[in-house]
Design a binder for this molecule. Structure first.
Ligand SMILES: C[S@@+](CC[C@H](N)C(=O)[O-])C[C@H]1O[C@@H](n2cnc3c(N)ncnc32)[C@H](O)[C@@H]1O
Length: 272
C-alpha cells in the first residue's frame, strides 16, 4: 500500500487491507483523504438536512459511513440520533464522531431492529443506489415501519436523467459505474425513485437536484476545503494504482455527465 497521508482523519477505514485496484470507489476515495462521499456534495446534504426538519426530532441515519453527516445531524439539535451501519469499521468511526450525542448500531438498513414508529426522520445518503431493486424496496419498507405517521424519509442519491432515457443507455451506465467504482450501483430515474417511495407507503413532499460532480476540482475544493483538497491531491499523486482508479471513475462520470445527477427526495409517511 502506498504511503497515504490521512492528516487528522480516521486511520481504521473499512477494507483497509484491500488493494486500490479492487476497493469499492467510496472506500478508495476515503483512503485518499476524501470525506464527502455523496453525489451532490456537502451543499445538497445541507439542503436535505434543512428540508428534513431535524430540530427536536428522533433521527435515524441509515449507513452513516465515516460519520460526516452524523456530525452535522447532531449539531442541528435532534432529540436523539441512531445510526445503522453494516460495516463495523465504519460504525466504529461514526461512533467516535458523535461521542455521547447518539448511538450507532452495527446492522442492516432493511432490518434495523429499531422499534415501530420510533423515529420522526430517517436519513440515508449514497446507500440506496448501491442496492438491488428488491433491497431498495425492503429498506424503504423498513424506514416506513420505524417512522411515526407524518415522519419524513430524506435521501440523497444518484439519479439517471431524463425519465424516458432508453433502457439500453440505463444498462450501459450501470455497467460502466459497476466497472469503474467496483460497486453494483443501480441509480434510478427521478420517476423511478418517486415510484419506489409511493409504492411503499410514502407521499412525496419534495424532489430537488444538484449536479453530480463528485470528482470535479471545484466541488472537491468546496467539499473538502483547501487542506483536505491538498491532502487528496497529494495522495492521488503518490499512489499510481489509486490514481488510475480515480481517473477511470472521473472519466466515467464525465462520459455520462448528461445523464447523471444527484437527487434529494423528502418523502412523508402517510398519516394513519
Ligand atoms: C457510499 S458510502 C456513503 C456513506 C455516507 N452515507 C456518506 O454519504 O458519506 C455507503 C455506506 O453505506 C453502507 N451500507 C451499504 N449498504 C448498507 C446496508 N444495506 N445497510 C447498512 N449500511 C449499508 C456502507 O457500509 C457504507 O458505509
Amino acid at each position: 500500500m502506498a504511503d497515504t497521508d490521512r492528516g487528522d482523519e480516521p486511520q481504521n477505514l473499512p477494507l483497509a487491507g484491500r488493494d486500490a485496484a479492487h476497493l469499492p470507489g467510496h472506500w478508495l476515495l476515503a483512503r485518499l483523504g476524501k470525506r464527502v462521499l455523496r453525489p451532490g456534495g456537502k451543499q445538497l446534504t445541507e439542503r436535505m438536512l434543512t428540508d428534513a426538519r431535524l430540530s427536536g426530532s428522533d433521527v435515524v441515519e441509515l449507513a452513516p459511513g465515516l460519520g460526516r453527516t452524523a456530525r452535522s445531524i447532531v449539531e442541528l439539535g435532534p432529540r436523539s440520533y441512531v445510526g445503522v451501519e453494516s460495516d463495523s469499521d465504519a460504525s466504529a468511526l461514526t461512533r467516535k464522531v458523535i461521542g455521547d450525542a447518539g448511538t450507532v448500531v452495527d446492522g442492516e438498513a432493511a432490518a434495523t431492529g429499531l422499534g415501530d414508529a420510533s423515529a420522526d426522520v430517517v436519513i440515508g445518503e449514497a446507500m440506496l443506489t448501491m442496492q438491488t431493486d428488491k433491497h431498495k424496496a425492503e429498506i424503504a419498507a423498513e424506514a416506513l415501519r420505524v417512522l411515526r405517521p407524518g415522519g419524513r424519509y430524506a435521501i440523497h442519491e444518484l439519479a439517471i436523467e431524463p425519465d424516458d432515457v432508453p433502457d439500453e443507455i440505463k444498462t450501459e451506465i450501470r455497467k460502466a459505474l459497476a466497472r469503474s467504482i467496483k460497486v453494483n450501483a443501480r441509480p434510478l430515474t427521478a420517476a423511478e425513485w418517486r415510484m419506489l417511495f409511493e409504492d411503499n407507503g410514502f407521499e412525496i413532499e419534495s424532489v430537488s437536484f444538484a449536479p453530480m460532480k463528485l470528482l470535479d476540482p471545484k466541488r472537491i475544493l468546496a467539499d473538502e476545503g483547501p487542506l483536505g483538497t491538498l491532502r487528496f491531491v497529494r495522495n492521488v499523486l503518490r499512489d499510481s494504482d489509486a490514481r488510475a482508479r480515480v481517473l477511470t471513475m472521473r472519466k466515467t462520470f464525465t462520459k455520462y455527465r448528461d445523464h447523471l445527477v444527484a437527487i434529494e427526495i423528502i418523502a412523508t409517511k402517510k398519516a394513519a
